[in-house]
Each structure stands twice: as structure tokens, then as C-alpha cells.
Design a protein around this ligand. Structure first.
Ligand SMILES: Nc1ncnc2c1ncn2[C@@H]1O[C@H](COP(=O)(O)OP(=O)(O)OP(=O)(O)O)[C@@H](O)[C@H]1O
Length: 250
């Protein structure tokens, strides 16, 4: 489990996060949703240590990550898998080299062991045999799947994903959501996903945190979201006519 307590983040005069506390549950998809500029990505970066919070603490399985120095954080970092926007693959590396990158960085595995693991991860994301392709030769959905394969290469306990569906067609988006969902359950990972995608919210939103102007405005599940009387959340989730019609049938 990941616990965040009273997270604040200020850039200059801009108070982006204003005291956010929440628990992210192991074995579940924990979604962070909210309008553009509400602070979702900033919160994700504060949790993984890409930003230092101005105030507040992040606990990974009870350990205070925020007060640790760089060296002390390394063991926790090895348990973190990340899939950030645009998949962030290295263009000059093949698919296989991209997946082995964290293994080269953090493990002492032999070349054969690393290759075995890369093959296993590729198979797991349905890309067996694509080892020698370069990112430029892949579709957007394939890039995401390679990103996921890399993110799980170290068998992480925690998985962080920023906008997994950006740039994907609806069908591929659902495949990616399903894959993240399956892996979360399979490895009992604490998965935290930043998303705008309402299909994801309704499909895999087991635990949802809604941010509004840098504050946690609502917390609950996709089953509860249709029945909330929180105006800002309703405006956000049911902005489109399609979603309004879907809500009427719930
Ligand atoms: N490194 C930074 N330096 C200064 N300001 C930043 C930085 N990162 C984010 N911000 C500011 O923080 C605010 C929130 O940005 P953030 O990217 O967290 O929002 P978001 O909810 O993820 O938005 P979107 O859905 O559009 O991606 C914005 O006003 C942005 O300008």
C-alpha cells in the first residue's frame, strides 16, 4: 500500500497541490482523475520522487520515502515500475534493449537471464518475437505495451502510469486498460493511474481520487461515481452527452 499525507507542492507562487492525503490500495487500480491543470501529474511525480513535495510525506508499505536520501530510496525505487506519457522508450534501442534497460541498471543478472526475462515480459504483453524492432517501427499501442513490458521487467510492487490511453483508439485503449488490470491483480501491485479517459474510469476505476484545484475533492469507486451529488465531479465525468445518456441508464 502507498499512503500520502498532506502533500503540498508549490512552484514559485503557484500552489499546485494543497494538502492531499490518500491511500492507494495494493492489488487494485487506483485512479487519479481531474480537469487539466488540477495537479494530477504533479501528484504522481511527488509520489515517485521526481518532484520533492513542498510539505507532506509519502509512505511505501509504511516506510517514509520522503525523508529518505537518494541512497536510502534505491531499494524502494527498484520496486517501482513507471509508464509515463508517450511510453518514453529509447528510440536508439531495440524493443529488447528497452526492456532490459532497468535490469542492466539495477540487477546483476547474466545476459541470458536478462534475455529470458525480456522474452517473458514480451510474451506477457503479446509481443513475443518483436525483440529486434525499434520504437519507430511500432504502432502507438505496441509502444505502450513495450512500455508496460519494461515497467514490469523488475517485477515491481508499485506501478505508476500517466495517461495510458493518450493517442490510442478506443479499442486499443481498452486492451491496454485490461492488460494493466490483469497485471495489477496477477502481481498484487499497487497501481496508480492518472487518466482523463472516462472508459477507464468506468471500466477499471476500483478506487478513484478526484482532484479539483489541487485538492482532493472526492474519493470512491466507479460504482459510486454515478450516484455522487458532488457537482464538480459530475460536471467532469458527465460532461459529454454520451456519458449523460449512459448515466441515465445506470
Ligand atoms: N515543473 C514545473 N514547474 C512549474 N510549474 C509546473 C511544473 N509542473 C507543473 N506545473 C504547474 O502545475 C499545474 C498542474 O500541472 P499538472 O501537469 O500536474 O496538471 P494535470 O492535472 O496533470 O494536467 P493535464 O491533465 O493537463 O496533464 C499547472 O499549472 C502547471 O503549469
Amino acid at each position: 500500500m502507498i499512503e500520502i499525507k498532506d502533500i503540498h507542492k508549490t512552484f514559485g507562487e503557484n500552489k499546485v497541490l494543497k494538502g492531499i492525503s490518500a491511500n492507494f490500495i495494493a492489488g487494485k487500480n487506483n485512479l487519479i482523475i481531474g480537469g487539466s491543470g488540477s495537479g494530477k501529474t504533479t501528484l504522481l511525480k511527488c509520489i515517485v520522487g521526481l518532484h520533492e513535495p513542498t510539505k507532506g510525506s509519502v509512505f511505501f508499505s509504511g516506510e517514509n520515502f520522503t525523508e529518505m536520501n537518494f541512497e536510502q530510496r534505491v531499494p524502494i525505487r527498484t520496486h517501482i515500475g513507471m509508464l509515463f506519457q508517450n511510453s518514453a522508450l529509447f528510440d536508439s534501442m531495440t524493443v529488447e534493449e528497452n526492456i532490459m534497460f532497468p535490469l542492466n541498471l539495477f540487477t546483476k543478472q547474466t545476459a541470458a537471464e536478462k534475455l529470458d526475462r525480456a522474452n517473458f515480459c514480451l510474451e506477457r504483453v503479446n509481443l513475443a518475437g518483436k525483440n529486434k524492432l525499434y520504437p519507430a517501427e511500432l504502432s502507438g499501442g505496441m509502444k505502450k505495451r513495450v512500455g508496460i513490458a519494461r515497467a514490469i521487467s523488475m517485477q515491481p510492487k508499485y506501478l505508476f502510469v500517466d495517461e495510458p490511453n493518450s493517442g490510442l483508439d478506443p479499442k486499443t485503449s481498452i486492451l491496454i486498460d485490461d492488460l494493466i488490470n490483469e497485471l495489477t491483480e496477477e502481481y498484487n501491485m499497487t497501481t496508480v493511474i492518472v487518466t482523463h479517459d472516462m472508459n477507464s474510469v468506468m471500466g477499471i476505476g476500483e478506487h478513484i481520487i478526484f482532484l479539483h484545484n489541487g485538492e482532493k475533492w472526492w474519493e470512491g469507486s466507479n460504482k459510486e461515481i454515478a450516484h455522487t451529488d458532488n457537482k464538480e465531479l459530475n460536471d467532469f465525468v458527465f460532461a459529454s452527452k454520451f456519458m449523460q445518456a449512459a448515466k441515465a441508464k445506470l
